[in-house]
Design a protein around this ligand. Structure first.
Ligand SMILES: [Zn+2]
Length: 232
């Protein structure tokens, strides 16, 4: 670790404290807006006014704009020329089917490869991410949005361990988890997913590629079936 980059040292350099404070505000604004988008307190497709958010979160427009830019990169916010920001529209049924088709083509195979490449360190990483998901406390909307993010991390790390960077990038680019979690705000969605993740972890712990492939296919199919009622 480079001690010159420790927060204590940075905090004492003139001018740096203000920058840190600024980033801190943008991070807080990001977390607050992210939770509102995931919990549908900002409805899909609705306008987002920088002014209103600045007032609501009691910060200036700068951290709000920074947070919205980051959310735009994550596909949750859309910026339209001369109109401004709005929440990304809910995905269509067709897009949903395509997304799950893509996942089913790529992720079970990746889970099998990840199981074969599994070692103690990788398993510890996955257990750690899965553990965070089951330990979320506090406000329901915050808990739900945190779960969505951790689920994205969990699946992304499996793709990383599977070793094909292009497959990993392709799925990361879809921001799947942010879109699917916005479809349904329901505790069942998260609780059942936890059990399915546990089955995956068991297969990884056993280094059983076939079991991992099956567990991933089951998880994705069940996830799809849980969310389908959102289109009825
Ligand atoms: Zn999952």
């Amino acid at each position: 670790m480079n001690s010159a980059l420790s927060p204590e040292v940075l905090g004492e350099a003139p001018g740096v404290r203000a920058i840190n404070r600024h980033h801190g505000l943008a991070d807080e604004a990001y977390e607050a807006i992210f939770a509102q988008l995931m919990g549908l307190r900002i409805a899909p497709g609705s306008r987002i006014t920088v002014d209103n958010l600045a007032r609501e979160l009691n910060v200036s427009q700068t951290p709000i704009r920074e947070a919205l830019g980051r959310l735009e990169g994550e596909g949750l916010v859309v910026k339209t020329h001369l109109i401004g920001y709005s929440a990304a529209p809910q995905i269509s049924r067709r897009r949903f089917d395509e997304l799950y088709d893509l996942r089913l083509q790529l992720e079970p195979e990746a889970a099998q490869r990840a199981a074969r490449a599994m070692d103690g360190q990788k398993l510890a990483v996955l257990r750690d991410v899965a553990g965070v998901m089951s330990r979320q406390g506090g406000d329901e909307h915050v808990r739900y949005s945190a779960f969505a993010r951790q689920d994205a991390v969990f699946h992304d790390r499996i793709l990383e361990f599977a070793g094909n960077g292009l497959v990993r990038e392709t799925l990361a680019h879809q921001h799947t988890h942010f879109h699917i979690f916005r479809l349904m705000f329901h505790s069942r969605v998260t609780e059942e997913a936890l059990d399915e993740h546990r089955a995956l972890l068991d297969a990884f712990a056993a280094g059983d590629g076939k079991a991992a492939k099956r567990a991933m296919r089951d998880h994705i199919e069940r996830s799809r079936d849980r969310l389908l009622p959102a289109f009825e």
